[in-house]
Each structure stands twice: as C-alpha cells, then as structure tokens.
Design a protein around this ligand. Sequence first.
Ligand SMILES: O=c1ccn([C@H]2C[C@H](O)[C@@H](COP(=O)(O)OP(=O)(O)OP(=O)(O)O)O2)c(=O)[nH]1
Length: 155
Amino acid sequence: MPPTIRFQRLPGFDRDVPLPAYASEGAAAADLRANLLAPDRRHGLNLDPGARAQVPLGFAMAIPDRWEAQIRARSGLALREGLAIVNAPGTIDADYRGPVSVILVNLGQEAVRLRHGTRVAQMVVARVPRPIFREVEVLGGTARGPGGFGSTGTD
Ligand SMILES: O=c1ccn([C@H]2C[C@H](O)[C@@H](COP(=O)(O)OP(=O)(O)OP(=O)(O)O)O2)c(=O)[nH]1
C-alpha cells in the first residue's frame, strides 16, 4: 500500500488552486501550483533574469516517517524560460509542518512572469532508508580504493 500524504490548506491562500496531483497514470512527480498572495495574485510574480523567488504553494503537509518529498524543476519551464530550482532537489522532511514553498531562479535572459495557480514545479515522494552511521578505524578494501575524479579515464 502506498503511504498517505496529508495536505492542509493554509489561511489566506486561494482554496480554488488545486493541491498537488499526478498529471498522468505513470507520472513519478505530482505538479505543484503557485498560490500567490496579493498583489502577486492579480499580476503574477515577476522574475527578472538572474533573480530568485520563494514561491508559496498555500499548504502544509504531513509525510509519514521514513519518507520525504523532493521538489524538482519542470522540464518545459526549464527549457522554455530557464526556470530552475535553486536548492534542487528541495527537501521536505517528514517532520516539517510549516508552509511548503518552492525556490525558483530565472537562469534565462528574459524576465518571467509566474501566474497565480500555474504549475511551477513538481514533487517526488520517496522512501528514506535512514542507515545507521558508525565510525570505524579501517574501511573494507576494494579494487578501486581511493581512485576517483577521472581515475578510470576521461573518455
Ligand atoms: O524547497 C524547499 C525546501 C525546504 N522546504 C521546507 C521543508 C523542509 O523540511 C524545511 C527545511 O528545509 P531544509 O532542511 O532544506 O532547510 P535548512 O536550511 O537545512 O533548514 P533547517 O535547519 O530548518 O533544516 O523547509 C520547503 O518548503 N521548500
């Protein structure tokens, strides 16, 4: 059984903006819509080239223990407008109950206007194995050893 993610709409935000939803049967990520406050709600949120913004989504959420949500860019917006997630992927912790937001940066050369209610990012919910961390004096050997950073060649 998949886990249940609970969403709570926050006061002051537009209740007509859909909560996260999968756009197709096989989609790995659920689309996230901007839920803007005045005055951005009317005019949209302007992002000049190089500028970044914290875009509110209008909800808080509860993810079960040992799960997380990853906020990722939408490829179409990335390609067309140069919109990227600054902290990609943004991490939503299972114990976080504050407002969920998306941190976007405009890497394009034109200003971008984010309209209220549009899909600005996407969210993957994934398991967190939470391994045990242990300090040791000696690590087990491997054929590679410390080799890295191109040690196997650059072709
Ligand atoms: O894109 C993001 C990233 C984070 N968060 C929320 C959920 C997350 O659980 C919390 C803290 O995020 P993170 O751990 O990445 O931030 P931090 O700078 O390390 O702060 P903290 O010391 O609060 O963990 O902020 C978002 O709403 N959007």
